[in-house]
Design a protein. Structure first.
Length: 163
């Protein structure tokens, strides 16, 4: 009996195991950087849009995608990086937003409500849910994060910036 060929849905499921190198609780699928999957026999074409041009983790992500899919029986993995439709924080899934919060990062607000830096000023604390917070530094440890302080629980925390 011939094995059932993989589908794009299978590939998306397998890619749930590939985590963002900077935020290891978030899969590339939940981060929204995997933008298209096409499967033909045992060849898979992946289209991805990184969160930032020049993302330092891009080569690691591509390598882990390739290794994961080859382990699942794909014989050829082709990955195209494009910026045709720029990544935005709105592409993070609800599951991904929950994972960010559980990790201690405040999830970004929807980009449609992001009109200026004021939205970064009073972010809900992922630890205590308090809103008595302030932006300490718009530049966090990576380009996609900012640093905040909660006056309620007196803890610093990071927010994944809305983009």
């Amino acid at each position: 009996m011939k094995p059932t060929p993989a589908t794009s849905r299978d590939v998306y499921t397998w890619l749930e195991a590939v985590k963002d190198p900077e935020i290891p609780v978030l899969s590339l699928v939940d981060l929204g950087v995997i933008t298209d999957v096409v499967v033909e026999n045992t060849t898979v074409d992946i289209e991805m849009t990184p969160t930032f041009v020049g993302c330092p983790a891009l080569d690691i992500m591509k390598q882990e995608i390739t290794e994961t899919l080859l382990q699942r029986g794909m014989t050829e993995v082709r990955i195209v990086v494009n910026f045709r439709d720029p990544w935005s924080s709105d592409k993070i899934s609800e599951k991904g937003r929950r994972a960010l919060k559980e990790f201690g990062l405040a999830p970004p607000l929807p980009a449609k409500v992001f009109t200026d830096l004021e939205v970064l000023e009073h972010v809900s604390c992922p630890r205590c849910e308090g809103t008595n917070t302030t932006l300490k530094n718009v530049f966090g440890p990576t380009l996609c994060r900012s640093i905040h302080y909660c006056f309620d629980c007196q803890e610093s925390f990071e927010q994944f910036k809305p983009l």
